[in-house]
Design a protein around this ligand. Structure first.
Ligand SMILES: [Zn+2]
Length: 326
């Protein structure tokens, strides 16, 4: 009988690019990507977000400069964030039929009918205090916030949103929004829930972009403690029970273990949100010549997919679309 080899030659499967590509386990495709963007009330505006090189706020009249490129690159889905001219205590612009996000959705559905338009549904971009819900005596109230959130989601669906993505982390938000959408006749509009959203310092640059930093306190009474993973399973389970169609884990790179656990436990499509801080760190290092931007970004995207993400929300989407074509 032939004895077994004294050691195992793993390198046989790495000897050249042909064999490496034959045995590659994970692939990135342009359809995996969702591109988040910012639309701001006003005219003639194209304003770079200082902490996010390459990311701009556009007013509606110049949004075509961004969307022509997005569509040409082959990106099929976008996530809309709006910055209103007027903010107040209850975020009244959030569910205004002619609010900036509703107008942007209407515009996109008309001018770019091939695009799948996902509406981020929250209040923090619209409230003067910058919190994601209704505030009373320094507390973010759960149930009154749900009412505002439902009405925002319905107004976004009325404007033509293909999908609603509630992000404010109030308890029961999926249940309330599902019920609200169904009652309004939008039973075919899916909910992509920010099911597992941590109170993360990686959101810093986004708050510049969306002008939504909280005026007082922090978001730790509603967003999750970065130390917890079992709690993430409870959060995701409740959203699944309440009728979520797609689950988001946010942020991405520092939470790949959470992403993997969510993937293993639930059968719904799972999305990794590659957040602003992750983007900005890569951009800053690339601008300084300290890393190879393309290779680092591609590696990160593969990491999300390997951990179990079906989809990735990323500010790098346009760059990735170009690189994937090379
Ligand atoms: Zn929010």
């Amino acid at each position: 009988m032939k004895s077994v080899a004294s050691f195992i030659r793993h390198r046989r499967l790495r000897m050249n690019e042909n064999i490496r590509s034959l045995v590659r386990e994970t692939h990135l495709h342009i359809d995996d990507l969702i591109y988040p963007f910012f639309v701001i009330e006003g005219t003639g505006i194209k304003q770079e977000v200082p902490s996010m090189p390459g990311v701009y706020q556009y007013s509606l009249d110049r949004l075509h400069e961004e969307m022509d490129e997005v569509v040409k690159l082959g990106i099929r889905s976008v996530l809309v964030f709006g910055i209103p001219a007027h903010k107040d205590e209850c975020g009244s612009q959030a569910d205004d039929a002619h609010g900036i996000v509703q107008e942007a959705i209407r515009y996109l559905k008309k001018e770019y009918p091939s695009l799948y338009v996902i509406a981020d549904t929250c209040l923090c971009e619209y409230t003067s205090h910058g919190h994601c819900g209704v505030v009373e005596n320094g507390q973010v109230l759960n149930d009154p916030s749900l009412e505002r959130l439902v009405s925002t989601a319905v107004s976004q669906a009325e404007a033509g949103a293909d999908m609603i993505a509630p992000s404010n982390m109030m308890d029961g938000f999926v249940y309330a929004i599902r019920e609200g959408l169904d009652k309004a006749g939008f039973e075919n509009v899916p909910i992509m829930s920010y099911a597992v959203k941590y109170a993360s310092s990686y959101y810093g640059p986004f708050r510049d972009a969306a002008q939504s930093a909280p005026e007082f306190g922090d978001r730790r009474s509603y967003q999750m403690d970065p130390a917890n993973v079992r709690e993430a399973m409870r959060e995701a389970a409740s959203d699944v029970a309440e009728g979520a169609d797609v689950l988001i884990v946010k942020p991405g790179l520092a939470y790949l273990d959470v992403l993997q656990r969510v993937r293993e436990r639930f059968d719904l499509p799972v999305v990794a949100y590659n957040v602003s801080g992750e983007y900005s760190m890569v951009k800053a290092a690339a601008i300084n010549g300290w890393i190879n931007e393309k290779e680092v970004v591609m590696e990160s995207m593969l990491a999300f997919k390997r951990a179990g993400a079906d989809l990735i929300i990323t500010y790098h989407a346009k760059d990735l679309a170009r690189w994937l074509k090379e």
